[in-house]
Design a protein around this ligand. Structure first.
Ligand SMILES: NC(=O)c1ccc[n+]([C@@H]2O[C@H](COP(=O)([O-])OP(=O)(O)OC[C@H]3O[C@@H](n4cnc5c(N)ncnc54)[C@H](O)[C@@H]3O)[C@@H](O)[C@H]2O)c1
Ligand SMILES: [Zn+2]
Ligand SMILES: [Zn+2]
Length: 368
């Protein structure tokens, strides 16, 4: 990419995205230049914008991009210009987890995904002489072009609309992966999803594919509860009006749920979630509020139930295999993520981010 292109730059916590003309300084042998077709906005982008999770500006956010391969680094031999790709999180490729095909557990996860820079502290992007972080989650997709690494680029088949492919790289695989990869409930087992955003509703769709029953969604917004029922939930709870613990125990014959996916990050909700668990059950903690938030739980109850509480990154997914699996489910009509989506023009990024924050949009997708 030789001429400057439009990007939305994060300059300081609390400030809107600023449009700027950026250029690519260098494409390394293991990198891929992608022309963006669309990008999702994830709640984690908002968490960085608000300053709750630090990432150093100036920086291009965005980590659910999809597009077309424009140019290849000299060492990339298994892609072609013109290939349709989605992008996911970045991993190092050298640590024990990466070698074990578990890149979500990468030793370098935080540095490679939140610093906005390559592992060696450099960036491919610049605004004139100023270095701009261009590697947020290995992609910085709030721009017309992205310099990704071969490791976090996933080739997608021609059947899926490319403008829907980006959020498979974060929200969709995170929620679905918490069920398929982390908690692995069996058919007929009860599960609870707390929070009916894009992550929670992806977990609901996965639970339906597995055959879990009942599938209970806890969510204060009525429109999201209604949608949850349409895509697989069998019962919904409004936590402002109905006591979550009593409702879940009543719905499970007193036994509780085998799998609980927690997407709110609210300490008081996490405290209560232990009481929803069945013997041998597990809680996947996905939601991130303040990184310093604390939660408390009864050691005796957890021990007596032989239960597990796990922090989960990206649904324990290996994007190279899990995203094609989920896209295949989508094409069969079993993973209807198109129900969650609202499209915006790239120029309206600040409106789209505001709509994600206020809950107007479940999964905003910006089109370029
Ligand atoms: N761990 C990871 O790898 C990972 C990946 C992607 C996203 N995330 C995080 O996951 C979280 C969820 O993402 P999302 O895009 O679905 O966000 P979201 O804000 O759309 O969803 C959260 C939902 O929780 C609901 N909620 C609020 N209070 C509640 C309560 N007391 N009980 C039940 N529900 C309540 C909200 O109404 C909202 O619908 C975010 O914190 C995001 O940053 C983590
Ligand atoms: Zn995300
Ligand atoms: Zn690694």
């Amino acid at each position: 990419m030789d001429s400057p292109f439009d990007a939305a730059v994060f300059d300081a916590p609390g400030e809107p995205m600023r449009f700027a003309k950026l250029s690519v300084r260098q494409l390394r042998p293991d990198e891929v230049l992608v022309r963006l077709v669309a990008t999702g906005i994830c709640h984690t982008d908002l968490t960085v914008q608000s300053g709750a999770v630090p990432a150093p500006p100036p920086l291009v956010l965005g980590h659910e991009g999809s597009g077309v391969v424009e140019r290849l680094g000299s060492g990339v031999t298994d892609l072609q210009p013109g290939d349709a790709v989605g992008m996911s999180f970045m991993s190092c490729g050298n640590c024990g987890s990466c070698h074990a095909h578990h890149p979500a557990g990468c030793d370098q996860f935080m540095a490679l995904n939140f610093s906005g820079l390559r592992g060696d502290g450099t960036s491919a992007l610049g605004e004139g002489a100023i270095v701009v972080g261009g590697h947020f989650f290995g992609q910085s997709s709030f721009a017309r072009y992205s310099v990704a690494n071969r490791r976090n680029v996933v080739k997608v088949g021609g059947d899926v609309p490319l403008e829907l492919a980006g959020p498979f790289g974060c929200a969709f695989q995170t929620g679905a992966g918490a069920m398929f990869n982390t908690l692995r409930p069996r058919a007929g087992e009860a599960c609870v999803v707390i929070g009916g955003g894009a992550v929670g509703l992806s977990a609901v769709m996965a639970a339906k594919v597995i055959g879990c029953a009942p599938i209970i969604v806890v969510e204060p917004r009525s429109a999201r509860r209604d949608l949850a029922l349409e895509i697989g939930a069998t019962l919904t709870i409004d936590p402002r009006r109905q006591p979550m613990v009593a409702q879940v125990l009543a719905a499970t014959g007193g036994g509780g749920a085998k799998a609980i996916v927690e997407t709110t990050g609210i300490s008081a909700v996490i405290d209560e979630a232990i009481d929803l668990l069945s013997n041998g059950g597990g809680i996947a903690l996905i939601g991130l509020g303040e990184p310093t938030a604390m939660a408390s739980f009864s050691v005796g109850k957890l021990l007596a139930k032989g239960a597990t509480i796990r922090g989960v990154i990206e649904g324990d997914s290996d994007p190279q295999t899990f995203i094609p699996f989920l896209i295949d489910l989508f094409l069969k009509g079993q993973f209807p993520i198109d129900r969650l989506v609202r499209f915006y023009d790239f120029a309206d990024i600040n409106q789209a981010m505001a709509d994600q924050a206020s809950g107007v949009a479940i999964k905003p997708i910006l089109r370029f």
